[in-house]
Ligand binder design. Structure first.
Ligand SMILES: *Cc1c(COP(=O)(O)O)cnc(C)c1O
Length: 458
C-alpha cells in the first residue's frame, strides 16, 4: 500500500505540475490511444496494482481536460483547492460510508460542521437543514422534493406514501431562463416538464416581475441566482415575499451564483435570496472542491426529512442527524469533508477574495474584448462573459480556433438567438497571467479569422 500510494501522490503531482504545458483540451490522438487501450476484455488473472496505476496515468492523464489548471473557462467548472484535494485523498483512504452516525461517526461530525460553515459563509438561516449530493441537479431535485412534501402535507396529502395519483395539483412556475436541470428535477418528481408555467425573462435572462401570475397554493416558484450564460440574478428581494404571501414555496437554483453571497462586493446582487425556502448550490463549481459535490439547503428541516426519511429493520435512526434521512441517497462518499477543508483553508476572507478575483478577471476579459472592437453580449455582473465575433458562422470558427490553439478552453452557447463564446471564470487557480495569455489567444484567433464580406477580404 505504501509504495502504491506514494506513487499515486508522485504521479498526481507530476500531473498538476505539468498542467501548464498540457493543452487545455486533450489532443485527439491521446483520446484515441486511451480508447484503443481500453478496448480489452476482463483480464483473467490479477494485475499488480502498480501496473494498474501506471496504465491509468500513462494513458489517462494525457487524455484529460486541464480543468484543474488556470486556463479552463468551459461550462462553470472550478478547480480543486489544494486543501480539498488533500482531504479528498485521505477520505478515499478512510473509505467511510457517510449515511449515518453509526456508519461513520466522523463523517456525521464533518457533515454537521461543514453545513454550519456553509450557512455562515452564504449568510443563510442558521436553522436550515441540508444535505450533500452529487451536484446542483440533484440539489434542485432534493429541494423540490422537500417542497412537494410540505405543500402536499399542508393540503392533507402524504405524497411519499400515496404518490401523485389523485393528489392536489401543484402549480409550478419558473423563469424562462431556468436551467435544464430544474426541468429534469421536476420531471423526476412527477411535476412534469411541460405543465410548468414559464415567466418571460428580460435581456439578461432575469425573470420579469410583471409576468409573474397570481399563485394558487399549492405552488412552487423556482428562481435563479446566476443565469448559466449571463450570470444574472432574478429579482429575489421583490419576488420572494410576493410569492410567499400567496402561499408558494420559493426555491433558488444558485448552482454557482449563490456563492456571490460570500463576497461583500456582491451584496446588492444577492439581496433577498436569504428569504427563500430552499437553495441549491454546487461546491464543485465556485467553492472549488473536487467533483462531485452539490448542496441542497432547506429552511424547514421537517420538510427535508419528510421527503427522505426511511424506515427499515436495520436502518434505525440514531437520534442524531443521519444523512440518510435528508438525501435521496443512502450509501455515499465523504463529500462534506472536501467542503469543510475548502472552507477552513479559505476562511471567510479567502472565499470572498476568490469570488471577487474571478469576477474582476471576468471584467478584464470583457474590457479586453471590447477594446478589440468585439461585442460583449451580456452585462458582466459576475463571472460570466458572452462574446460574439460577428455572425454565427464566424463565432463558431473562432471558437474552434481558440479550442485548437490549446491556450485556454471556452464553451460555445446560444444567447438570444445568436452564437456566442462563453467565458466562465470560476477557478482558484486562475491568475492574472492566465487571463492575459487567454485573452491574447482569443484575440489572435479573432485577428487570424477572415471576416466574410462582399469582397471576400478582411
Ligand atoms: C451547473 C448548473 C446546474 C447543474 O449542476 P450540476 O452540478 O451539473 O448538476 C444547475 N443550475 C445552474 C444554474 C448551473 O449553473
Amino acid at each position: 500500500m505504501r509504495e502504491l500510494l506514494l506513487a499515486a501522490a508522485e504521479r498526481s503531482l507530476r500531473y498538476l505540475e505539468g498542467l501548464d504545458a498540457h493543452p487545455v483540451f486533450p489532443k485527439g490522438e491521446a483520446v484515441a490511444r486511451l480508447r484503443a487501450a481500453l478496448d480489452a476484455p476482463l483480464p483473467e488473472e490479477p494485475r499488480p496494482a502498480a501496473e494498474v496505476l501506471a496504465a491509468v496515468d500513462d494513458l489517462g492523464s494525457p487524455a484529460t481536460v486541464a480543468s484543474a489548471g488556470g486556463r479552463y473557462f468551459g461550462f462553470v467548472t472550478g478547480g480543486a483547492l489544494p486543501a480539498s484535494v488533500a482531504a479528498h485523498w485521505l477520505a478515499t483512504a478512510w473509505d467511510q460510508n457517510a449515511f449515518s452516525q453509526v456508519s461513520s461517526p466522523a463523517l456525521a461530525c464533518f457533515e454537521e460542521a461543514a453545513l454550519r460553515l456553509v450557512l455562515q459563509a452564504l449568510d443563510l438561516p442558521a436553522g436550515a437543514a441540508g444535505s450533500f449530493v452529487t451536484g446542483a441537479t440533484l440539489a434542485n431535485f432534493t429541494c423540490l422534493a422537500a417542497a412537494r412534501h410540505k405543500l402536499l402535507a399542508r393540503a392533507g396529502w402524504d405524497v411519499e406514501a400515496r404518490g401523485l395519483f389523485g393528489a392536489p395539483e401543484i402549480q409550478v412556475v419558473v423563469g424562462e431562463a431556468a436551467h435544464a436541470s430544474v426541468y429534469k428535477a421536476l420531471a423526476l418528481l412527477g411535476l412534469g416538464r411541460e405543465r410548468v408555467l414559464r415567466v418571460p425573462a428580460d435581456d439578461q435572462g432575469r425573470l420579469r416581475p410583471e409576468g409573474l401570475p397570481e399563485l394558487q397554493a399549492p405552488a412552487i416558484l423556482c428562481l435563479q441566482a446566476g443565469e448559466v450564460n449571463s450570470g444574472a440574478f432574478d429579482p429575489a428581494e421583490l419576488l420572494i415575499p410576493r410569492a410567499q404571501a400567496q402561499g408558494a414555496w420559493v426555491h433558488v437554483d444558485g448552482a454557482f451564483g449563490l456563492w456571490a453571497r460570500a463576497a461583500p462586493a456582491y451584496a446588492e446582487l444577492t439581496r433577498g435570496l436569504e428569504l427563500a425556502d430552499s437553495w441549491a448550490a454546487d461546491a464543485h463549481k465556485w467553492l472549488n472542491v473536487p467533483y462531485d459535490c452539490g448542496l441542497a439547503l432547506v429552511r424547514d428541516p421537517a420538510a427535508l426529512r419528510g421527503a427522505f426519511a426511511v424506515g427499515g429493520a436495520y436502518l434505525q435512526p440514531s437520534g442524531g442527524r443521519d444523512a440518510i434521512e435528508l438525501t435521496p441517497e443512502n450509501s455515499r462518499r465523504a463529500r462534506a469533508l472536501d467542503v469543510w477543508a475548502a472552507l477552513q483553508s479559505l476562511g471567510r476572507a479567502g472565499l470572498a477574495e476568490l469570488i471577487e478575483r474571478n469576477c474582476a478577471q471576468a471584467r478584464r476579459f470583457a474590457e479586453g474584448l471590447r477594446g478589440a472592437g468585439l461585442e460583449v453580449l451580456n452585462d458582466v455582473v459576475l463571472n460570466q462573459v458572452l462574446v460574439a465575433f460577428g455572425d454565427d458562422e464566424r463565432t463558431a470558427k473562432i471558437q474552434s480556433a481558440i479550442q485548437e490553439a490549446g491556450t485556454c478552453w471556452c464553451s460555445g452557447t446560444r444567447w438570444r438567438g445568436r452564437a456566442a463564446l462563453r467565458i466562465s471564470v470560476s477557478s482558484w487557480a486562475t491568475g492574472t497571467e492566465d487571463v492575459e495569455d487567454s485573452l491574447d489567444s482569443i484575440l489572435a484567433a479573432h485577428r487570424e479569422t477572415p471576416v466574410k464580406d462582399a469582397s471576400g477580404g478582411g
